[in-house]
Ligand binder design. Structure first.
Ligand code: MRU
Length: 367
């Protein structure tokens, strides 16, 4: 997508250095646009863990390139074992997003088929690029499938904007391009359907206020930032036509783990008869899981709640304390929305009911 009219992906091989990968450091957005260079596994692990990159699709793509960087540095003698260990290290960096383990396994499986370290390195690079390209392409297709849902609501609204609420950032910045929840929005804009987006601020990391609002602004999509608790009120007033969110891990039965607070939006949407869709590339399905309560839920440092970081009037990034010293905080990063509250899943293959048999029919080659 575009930043000041220039197209960027969120991750790309460094054109100046063959053994390096470029990312956008999302901790600094929207105040500073900083491109960071990753050259080894440890830098990649830290970039994922400390959320220089975040969002399920981008975490997966970064893990794929991290495995490539690990392959560059792996010794000739112990190549396979070092690659297995590299996979384990990346795997532990964030627990909820399924795409991470999926990407690591995909690279490991591909390099097992090759004989020499030289071939394995080339293969790791090829697969990492394929994961990134596929992520962008699948999100583009999610946009086309989701467009039908917005079109239908748009017809009923006879030219007035379709009001879509989204939570966290399942936009371009959470993937390689387009985003999942935002792809149908961009497709609707391109089709000439007026849309307006309610953006949940998404405490404590503020993916909504810092990333989604900025991203939509860059693409000239009308949007309004709201507090996390405002959604129910807007739904009761008839100001929300549709909810679209992303997911970090989805069970084969259609339960969805997404950013904390998603479940409450789904409950409010159900109470107000508002369609609630989840957009995802199939890399986010966990085909081994039957039940949402088995999804690992990340708990992050309480300091993310007790402090806030932003830019001062004179252009310095500063962290301030919000709570009294010593305040105990529990920072659950994700919650699970049960399939029964979900109107449908928007995937790269089409829109499917959040239900085991329907999902199996759409992805018979996966489960
Ligand atoms: O902690 P994050 O920013 O990595 O979490 C991302 C989310 O939970 C988003 O809501 C998104 O929907 C899932 S990633 C596509």
């Amino acid at each position: 997508m575009k930043i000041t009219n220039q197209h960027y992906r969120t991750i790309w091989p460094d054109p100046d250095l063959p053994a390096a990968v470029c990312i956008i450091d999302q901790r600094q957005l929207p105040h500073r646009f900083v491109i960071e260079r990753l050259t080894d596994l440890e830098q990649t692990r830290i970039a994922i863990k400390e959320m220089h990159v975040r969002g399920a699709g981008l975490i997966g793509a970064t893990a794929g390139f991290g495995m490539f960087l690990a392959a560059i540095h792996a010794s000739e003698k112990n190549f396979d074992q070092e690659m297995e260990e590299a996979g384990q290290r990346l795997f532990g960096s964030r627990p909820t997003a399924r795409n991470l383990g999926w990407a690591v396994d995909r690279v490991l499986e591909a390099i097992r088929q090759k004989q020499t370290p030289v071939e394995k390195r080339q293969e790791a690079f090829r697969v990492a690029c394929a994961i990134a390209d596929e992520d962008a392409e699948f999100c583009r297709r999610i946009g086309l499938h989701g467009l039908g849902i917005i079109e239908e609501i748009g017809r009923k609204k006879k030219g007035s904007p379709v009001n879509i609420l989204t939570h966290c950032n399942a936009g371009w910045l959470a993937f390689v391009d387009f985003g999942s929840a935002t792809a149908p929005i961009y497709a609707a804009r391109d089709a000439g359907i007026p849309v307006h987006i309610w953006v949940d601020e998404t405490r404590p990391w503020n993916q909504g206020s810092r990333l989604t609002a900025w991203e939509l602004q860059q693409e000239n999509i009308p949007n309004t930032l709201i507090t996390d608790n405002a959604g129910g009120h807007l739904m009761q007033r008839g100001d929300v036509d549709l909810v679209i969110v992303g997911t970090d891990r989805t069970t084969r039965t259609g339960d969805v783990a997404n950013k904390i607070g998603t479940y409450l939006k789904a409950l409010a949407a159900r109470d107000n008869n508002i369609p609630f869709y989840v957009a995802l590339p199939s890399s986010t399905f966990d085909w081994d899981l039957e039940c949402g309560s088995d999804i690992p839920i990340e708990e992050r440092e309480g300091t993310e709640i007790t402090t806030a970081t932003g830019m001062t009037a004179d252009g310095r990034m500063e962290t301030v304390h919000l709570a009294a010293p010593g305040t105990r905080a529990a920072n659950y990063s994700f919650d699970v929305t049960p399939a029964r509250l979900i109107t449908g899943l928007i995937t790269e293959r089409g829109v499917v009911a959040a239900e085991k048999e329907a999902i199996r029919k759409m992805f018979p080659d996966r489960c």
